[in-house]
Design a protein. Structure first.
Length: 751
């Protein structure tokens, strides 16, 4: 027999059809379902023919193909004996199949395979190298294995021959189908490939002589780099056009041009980028030739760069000049900065062709003007913000250093009643750092990152002439530096806008809000002086905690002595039963986790829709109003006669009272039932007023009393049915998927 090896031509033959390529029939069917054009079908077939199978998926599928461990999967030992009716033939098939899969395992991890172990139709082992360097499986490997298995069955099987052959065929088809779905249908890159081939009849030619990986890279570029028609700002003959990128940075332009693709330094954008591009007839992806940074707000072009940050090729000069004329650019600030190329000849060309422009000789000139616009006659300073700036040089290039400071004062009227200023200042020295920390944590826009630079001073100004007593006005003086900026010439316009926005931000409204925070921090720090009744009432409540804990059957009380806070909380079980499930190794994690996640999501959605928190608040309010109508006497707490409350019966919730539902999660794992939980919380502060502290305790007593009655009124109809349906759906999902998983085959290779 004479064997002739035909080398595949790099160009696809016009007469070639998908069915003539030696691909598995199931893959031919799948490709035809996705593509109707013959040329597209053949192109995809060529790309997939040598595409390696995903190692983990292919290995799992192959080792599940056969099983000789009495697990009753595809072919158990008893089934093989029945098929061959001969122990010898059964063992030969088993040895042959195991040898195939043994070589598969060794080849995939790159281990050396003895030539004596190899048989025709088996996958060729990877190159013999040191270390685990294997060769991924391909469709050709599967074809050889399928052929060997079926051939042996046809020759030797006695009983159920056709059933055995059909079973092997189906299993290999499943592996190939899984490979196609993982590569094409359920794969983002594969979906792009199909979309590209469908996009235009000639697109498949662009993938000629490309591997699958190269084709995917090209297709990604095709979709990522398509220009938006509205952003083309000027067209020329031979496919040239100016394109507005629409941002100050572009990774695509950087890749094409071999430069940073940005008009930025750090987070300081310069002008918007424009790209001179070319797309000839039939060309799918354009080429970039010149990148230009233009700021329309001050009519300035900051950069004009060619490939590698060098001068643009002279043939693109007319297009650049036309851009300058089209936008009537006033200033050209390209000086050759950030480049090793000499821009002198290029700039002189622009001067000759576009004499209307103002050409900046150096970046220092730009920066000096920028600094003058900031500090000249204090142009940017506001009532609360003060800037400073200067031009500097780091040995390589010029830059502008810009800093500033925010300063304002806050009235502290709560101190006007106290004559002992020395005592107030002494307390301030002790609390100063805490007040500064609190203000820093609140957030100061554009402030320097150095926390130590924030400064708060307590100041006193004279006496009040209208009051015969010796009173004074107290103020807090706050100041902090702004973050220092280092500005390059091409970024001056952006940074100028940023500086103006800082001045605009720290206006009257923001300063007032900061002032209120400062007053709040001082109020808390000086509470013992300003409002002594509150801390005393809080101290009495703390002293009574043992008796209160005995009194409250539902609420738990927890004291934070350091912060002067008392927390009262209770966890409520809502009137719904949630069935628990346990895995205990019965289900794989790939089945258990997503199914459990869906079950938990269904339950949380059902409970959320019931709005139990709002219902409880409504029922408490209803009970409180009913109690208010019946109460016409003063409230008196059990802490002594000094705790009489003079105000009218209150029905509002105390400050710091709230409800929060705990999300259902790990508590659905178990062997019984669980219930969704909702917590009621109340925070009582030592710096609050005496009346509020006492009312909080009284309100806790009220909730403690009516809580059982409120819980009985909560609805459960509908929600319980929905939760039961979710539980049944979860159980069916586990059982059905588990049944399918248990039909898979696992091989144990014993060496």
């Amino acid at each position: 027999m004479i064997k002739i090896k035909i080398t595949k031509k790099s160009v696809m033959q016009e007469a070639l059809k998908i069915g003539q390529m030696g691909l598995p029939d199931i893959m031919v069917t799948l490709i035809k379902e996705d593509l109707t054009s013959r040329l597209n079908q053949v192109r995809l077939g060529l790309l997939l023919k040598d595409k390696p199978l995903r190692e983990q998926g292919a290995a799992t599928a192959l080792f599940n193909l056969l099983d000789f461990s009495e697990d009753k999967f595809l072919f158990s030992s008893d089934a093989l004996k029945l098929i061959f009716q001969s122990f010898e033939k059964h063992k030969k098939f088993e040895d042959m199949a195991l040898m195939h899969l043994d070589v598969v395992a060794l080849a995939m991890v790159g281990e050396e395979v003895d030539d004596r172990d190899w048989r025709p139709g088996m996958p060729t082992p990877g190159p013999r190298r040191s270390g685990p360097v294997g060769r991924p499986l391909t469709l050709k490997d599967l074809k050889g294995m399928r052929k060997s298995f079926i051939k042996y069955m046809k020759k030797n099987a006695v009983e159920k021959k056709q059933l055995a052959i059909d079973t092997i065929d189906n299993k290999f088809d499943q592996i190939i189908t899984q490979h196609y779905y993982e590569t094409i249908r359920n794969n983002e890159a594969g979906s792009l490939l199909i979309a590209f081939l469908r996009n235009h009849p000639s697109n498949e030619k662009d993938l000629n002589e490309k591997s699958y990986k190269e084709a995917i890279q090209y297709v990604r570029r095709f979709f990522n780099e398509q220009e938006v028609e509205d952003q083309i700002v000027g067209r020329y003959s031979k496919g040239f056009f100016w394109y507005s990128i629409g941002s100050t940075a572009c990774s695509i332009e950087a890749y094409r041009m071999g430069h940073c693709g940005s008009s930025t330094m750090g987070n300081s954008p310069g002008g918007m980028l424009y790209s001179l591009r070319e797309k000839r007839t039939g060309q799918k992806i354009s080429d970039s030739h010149v990148t230009l940074a233009y700021a329309a707000e001050n009519s300035t072009v900051y950069q004009i760069k060619g490939k590698g940050n060098c001068t643009p090729d002279e043939r693109y000069g007319p297009y650049i000049v036309d851009f300058l004329k089209k936008y009537e650019v006033e200033t050209i600030a390209e000086t050759g900065a950030h480049s090793d190329c000499d821009f002198t000849e290029f700039i002189n060309y622009l001067r000759d062709e576009y004499p209307d422009g103002n050409y900046v000789d150096s970046v220092e000139e730009i920066l000096e003007q920028f600094v003058n616009d900031i500090v000249g006659e204090n142009q940017l300073d506001t009532e609360y913000v003060f800037f400073d700036a200067e031009v500097d040089h780091d040995g390589e290039e010029f830059y502008a250093r810009v800093g500033g400071n925010v300063s304002f004062t806050v009235e502290l009227p709560m101190f006007s009643e106290y004559e002992d200023k020395d005592f107030l200042e002494e307390i301030f020295d002790e609390e100063k750092e805490k007040i500064e920390d609190a203000l820093w944590d609140y957030g100061l826009e554009d402030a320097d990152e150095d926390r130590s630079m924030l400064n708060i001073q307590l100041k006193f100004f004279g006496e009040r002439a209208s009051d015969p007593r010796s009173r004074h006005e107290a103020f807090a003086e706050i100041s902090f530096p702004l973050e220092t900026k280092y500005v390059r010439a091409e970024n001056v316009d952006y940074e100028m806008r940023q500086l103006r926005s800082i001045g605009t931000y720290y206006r009257e409204e923001e300063i007032k809000e900061l002032g209120e925070k400062v007053q709040e921090y001082f109020q808390k720090s000086y509470q013992d002086i300003i409002n002594p009744d509150g801390p005393k009432a809080f101290a009495d409540v703390v002293a009574a905690l043992p008796s209160l804990r005995e009194e409250f059957q539902h609420f738990e009380l927890e004291l934070d002595e350091e912060d002067g806070l008392l927390y009262a909380s209770v966890d409520l079980s809502l009137p719904l039963r949630i069935r628990q499930f346990s895995n205990a190794g019965r289900y794989s994690s790939s089945l258990w986790r997503p199914a459990l996640g869906d079950y938990v999501d269904d339950i949380n959605s059902t409970v959320d829709n019931m709005r139990y928190g709002q219902k409880i608040q409504h029922l408490l309010e209803k009970e409180r109003l009913s109690l208010a109508r019946a109460a016409e006497r003063q409230l008196k707490l059990d802490f002594g006669p000094e705790f009489e409350v003079d105000e009218k019966f209150r029905t509002d919730e105390p400050f710091g009272f709230g409800m929060k539902r705990r999300r259902v999660g790990p508590d659905v794992i178990g062997d019984g039932f669980t219930q969704p939980k909702l917590s009621i919380e109340l925070e009582i502060s030592a710096i609050d007023k005496k009346s509020n502290i006492l009312y909080s305790i009284e309100y806790l007593r009220f909730v403690e009393k009516v809580l059982p009655r409120v819980l009985e009124q909560l609805p459960r109809t509908g929600a319980q049915d929905s939760i039961d349906v979710s539980a049944n759906r979860f159980q069916r999902r586990l059982e059905q998927r588990s049944l399918r998983e248990n039909k898979k085959i696992k091989i144990k290779i014993i060496r």
